[in-house]
Design a protein around this ligand. Structure first.
Ligand code: SAM
Ligand code: SF4
Length: 339
């Protein structure tokens, strides 16, 4: 059965409402579990097995699921990974998703390594915004953090993203004690100089990612350290915002803080995640997953897939467990989920 496509203004289907009346309109789609960097906080140093190509959803399969999710009320999609720019012919997928009636915003998270030659093409294909990840402004430290010598390419990618005219460019910085916490003020100065948002992200625990409570730099501390050097004024929160955002007095850009560990935002969560191998996760930290790939490949109808999606959502918890428990959960590595 193929449901009729609703007009963009149609009310979202109740299928994406969970037991706590949270409506889910934001889908993060991982397009690959592979990456050209080796960030220790995202992936184990050894023992990670890449999925076989046949296990990864094709663009046609991603398109079919995305179309269904949009019909059910998703109006915001983020492409992620692994490193999404490693997927061949990515603009084809961007164009395919952009054409979905009802999709308002199409975003991507990238490490920026391959961005410089492609940023304008991604923009032309219909991408609305980019988050570029960069945890240090120091080339030597970048090599230690990512085990690859690509700092200059990331900076070039960021510059290309700004030049390509994306309405929103954000720089994601995972802050870790004893690793890059001494660059908080440098990053704030970086944001003050150019029209982008630097987003400081609290370090989260995942499978074998060297997380410990000692390594977490809490939001309150990050903010206090930056406010010793800059005057920040809070900006009005956007609906379902994951970051607390601030203007920098006299600055071109702004700052955001993603406080998943010390002030989680689960009560307002509107996000779902589709892994590169076709599993639906109702939370970044959920230990259960709903397999959509197998039924999809077996010819499931939209109604059957919708029932599975609904079942997944009904299992969503009110909020994720406290951080000490998160570190013990049997979850995937971040690289295999998609941030
Ligand atoms: N490769 C792309 C990138 O690096 O932006 C997309 C995938 S990456 C998993 C998405 C985001 O997750 C990045 O901004 C990365 O810094 C963040 N991330 C990965 N591991 C994390 C962790 N343990 N805690 C907080 N953020 C993390
Ligand atoms: Fe790759 Fe992004 Fe994970 Fe770093 S954070 S290993 S760039 S997926």
């Amino acid at each position: 059965m193929t449901p009729a496509a609703p007009s963009p203004s149609a009310a979202p289907s109740p299928a994406l409402t969970d037991r706590f009346q949270r409506r889910h309109n934001y889908l993060r789609i991982s397009v690959t579990d592979r990456c050209n960097l080796r960030c220790a906080y995202c992936m184990p140093a050894a023992g990670l097995v890449w999925r076989e190509r046949a296990e990864i959803l094709s663009y046609e399969e991603i398109g079919r699921l995305a179309q269904l999710f949009v019909r059910l009320g998703v109006d915001r999609i983020r492409l992620t990974g692994g490193e999404p720019t490693m997927r061949r012919n990515l603009p084809v997928l961007i164009e395919q998703l952009r054409a979905l009636p009802g999709l308002r915003t199409l975003l991507m998270s990238t490490n920026g390594v391959l961005l410089a030659p492609h940023a304008a093409r991604y923009r032309a294909a219909g991408l609305d915004g980019l988050n570029v990840s960069l945890d240090t402004l120091r080339p030597d430290r970048f090599v230690q953090l990512t085990r690859r010598d690509e700092h200059a390419n990331v900076l070039a990618g960021l510059a290309a993203a700004l030049a390509a005219g994306f309405p929103a460019v954000k720089l994601n910085v995972v802050v870790m004690r004893g690793i890059n916490e001494d660059e908080l003020v440098d990053f704030a100065a970086f944001a003050a100089r150019q029209p982008l948002e630097v987003r400081f992200i609290e370090f989260m625990p995942f499978d074998r990612n060297e997380w410990s409570a000692d390594r977490l730099v809490p939001y309150a501390e990050m903010r206090a350290r930056i406010e010793a050097a800059f005057t920040l004024s809070p900006l009005d929160p956007a609906p379902h915002a994951v970051a607390k955002e601030f203007a920098i007095a006299g600055g071109a850009g702004r700052l955001g803080f993603v406080t998943s560990m010390t002030e989680h935002f689960c009560t307002d969560c509107n996000r779902l995640r589709l892994t590169a191998d076709g599993k639906l996760k109702s939370c970044l930290f959920s230990t259960t997953e709903t397999d959509l790939r197998t039924p999809l490949r077996a010819g499931a109808s939209d109604a059957e897939l919708t029932a599975l999606i609904r079942q997944c959502l009904l299992g969503k918890w009110a909020g994720h467990p406290p951080m000490a428990e998160l570190a013990e959960l049997d979850n995937r590595a971040m690289i295999q989920i998609g941030g």
